[in-house]
Design a protein around this ligand. Structure first.
Ligand code: DAT
Ligand code: MG
Length: 152
């Protein structure tokens, strides 16, 4: 059960445009997490406002929605033990300037408004966002052939 924790990860328009989709997916694959769902989507402003509703009172909210709406994004669901917490560590800090080398933001970007990737900070928000972006039948069940080589 713990091994089937899920998180919603999005490569933002800046990450897609800069050709970083492959590099980012590779990190989650290499780590051992299982890809559950993935799609390239031009999200509507309305959908993006809903997605970031918790930040609606922040001064950067309109800019955030505009940036996320500025091109296609890659929406994904990844699964594994502690994937929410570990996913955040892999992303780095909100501000790329504070993100350590070796993290995605630490390695690939410079400014907070061009932070290339989104990932959940709690299991609860992961459940909420997965259901906002994916239909249940889009979440694909299969066992990774590496499962027993990744988990003890
Ligand atoms: P995170 O993406 O690390 O979870 P968040 O949820 O607080 O950070 O904010 C969502 C996005 O909003 C973030 O990736 C970039 C933007 N953002 C956050 N803080 C900001 C700030 N102080 N100025 C400009 N944009 C900001
Ligand atoms: Mg956040």
């Amino acid at each position: 059960m713990a091994n089937s924790e899920r998180t919603f990860i999005t490569i933002k328009p800046d990450g897609v445009q800069r050709g970083l989709v492959g590099d980012i997916i590779k990190r989650f694959e290499q780590k051992g997490f299982r890809l559950v769902a993935m799609k390239l989507v031009q999200a509507s402003e309305e959908h993006l406002k809903q997605h970031s509703i918790d930040l609606k009172d922040r001064p950067f909210f309109p800019g955030l929605v505009k940036d996320m709406n500025s091109g296609p994004i890659v929406a994904m669901v990844w699964e594994g033990l502690n994937v929410v917490k570990t996913g955040r560590v892999m992303l780095g800090e909100t501000n790329p300037a504070d993100s350590k080398p070796g993290t995605i933001r630490g390695d690939f970007c410079i400014q907070v408004g061009r932070s290339i990737i989104h990932g959940n900070d709690s299991v609860k928000s992961a459940e909420k966002e997965i259901s906002l972006w994916f239909q249940p039948e889009e979440l694909v069940e299969y066992k990774s052939c590496c499962y027993d080589w990744i988990y003890e």
